[in-house]
Design a protein around this ligand. Structure first.
Ligand code: AMP
Length: 363
């Protein structure tokens, strides 16, 4: 069998959505699937994956175990994933057995910062200036092209600031590249942005498109801390952000929720920082502030259902609970917001343990 499987009809209630990855995103996807009468089957390599606790079925297996992946596929009607570092070979394999979305191309582009930026630029969409740095001999040319200060990022397997270093000179860039232990990298202009925002949108199996109101995002130590809607984006910038996400989704023949992370520059431009081919932390507020959350929207899309209305009925502020903050769960529970704890057994520095969303009247 080598053909890619496509959904010929929506997965009916009672059907099973397979989810690769068992973190908090998988957990919230499983809960959303349950609301629609669908079952979630989680595949994860962690024995205490947070999503196992709330799903109808789970498999513990490695992402390169072809026999285990095939057995998992046989028990699902449609398959998706919750993190972009799943090997694209696993998605290519699963898609031979069951409809798997987002597709392998979207995953491949989301995994490689160089492919991603090249793809976005080809669509005529702006990004920060960048240059590939495969080895130390590329550094002088890259600095000439990009300027300094800049950020050196590994092309692959970076998230929440892992595999990133701010550099001010060629010497610093050499040292940063050495610390990446030979991993191919990308030098990026350091953008002195006005603020960061993200556009979360869904594309359905029928090509329909639904975008959420873009939140404004604040990061600390490269980890998302806070998302606020409405953002400071103007109506024209919001329309532009939607258009950017729509063109990306169409070019990828995308099915599911995707997030486009943006820098809003001081002169009003929008630069694409990253594409996440999945539900996103900056969209957690949609659980309370929209009738249809990003998680339900994603399940609807990958199950071949009609997309729901992404309209926001409230203003919202979502704050992550990171590391030791989770020890204050009782205080957080009294804080008046909607508290989400992800069921992670160990608190670790920098680990996302939960989040709180506070709503207010829509403006
Ligand atoms: P990333 O892993 O690329 O999403 O980066 C995480 C965070 O680091 C971003 O949300 C920004 O706050 C910061 N960052 C990444 N790239 C740049 C850049 N080129 N210029 C300025 N800040 C950046």
């Amino acid at each position: 069998m080598s053909d890619i499987q496509k959904l010929s009809a929506p997965v009916p209630p009672g059907g099973t959505i397979g989810i690769l990855g068992g973190g908090q995103l998988g957990r919230m996807l499983a809960l959303a699937a349950a609301r629609l009468g669908l079952k979630a089957h989680i595949y994860s390599n962690e024995s205490d994956a947070p999503a196992f606790q709330v799903s109808a079925a789970h498999t513990m297996g490695w992402y390169d175990d072809e026999a285990a992946l095939k057995a998992f596929a046989e028990q699902c009607d449609a398959i998706t994933f919750e993190f972009e570092n799943v090997p694209s070979e696993a998605i290519a394999l699963l898609s031979q057995f069951k409809p798997t979305n987002p597709n392998a191309k979207a995953l491949m582009i989301g995994q490689d910062r160089l492919e991603e930026k090249t793809f976005v630029r080809k669509l005529g969409i702006k990004t920060a200036e960048y240059a590939a740095v495969d080895s130390a001999s590329d550094i002088n040319l890259a600095i000439t092209k990009v300027g300094a200060p800049a950020i050196l990022k590994t092309r692959r397997l970076g998230y929440d600031g892992k595999g990133q270093a701010k550099v001010r000179s060629a010497d610093e860039t050499v040292r940063a590249l050495e610390s990446f232990k030979g991993a191919p990298a990308l030098l990026e202009d350091f953008v002195d942005f006005a603020f960061e925002a993200s556009l979360i949108a869904a594309r359905g199996l029928d090509g329909s498109f639904a975008a959420y109101d873009p939140p404004e995002n604040i990061h600390g130590d490269h980890i998302l801390r806070k998302s606020t809607v409405p953002s400071r984006l103007t109506p024209a910038q919001i329309a532009e952000a939607r258009n950017i996400a729509k063109r990306i989704a169409e070019a990828l023949d995308y099915v599911g929720v995707l997030c486009v992370e943006l820098f809003a520059t001081k002169d009003g431009a929008l630069l694409v920082n990253e594409i996440a081919p999945r539900v996103h932390n900056s969209g957690h507020w949609t659980l309370e502030a929209c009738a249809i959350s990003q998680f339900e929207q994603h399940i609807r899309a990958v199950a071949g259902w009609p997309l729901g209305d992404p309209a926001r009925h409230s203003n919202a502020v979502m704050e992550n609970i990171i590391g030791d903050d989770a020890a204050n769960w009782l205080k957080l529970a009294k804080g008046g917001g909607a508290l989400h704890l992800y069921g992670k057994s160990n608190i670790r520095k920098g680990r996302k343990m939960g989040h709180v969303t506070k709503l207010s009247a829509k403006s």
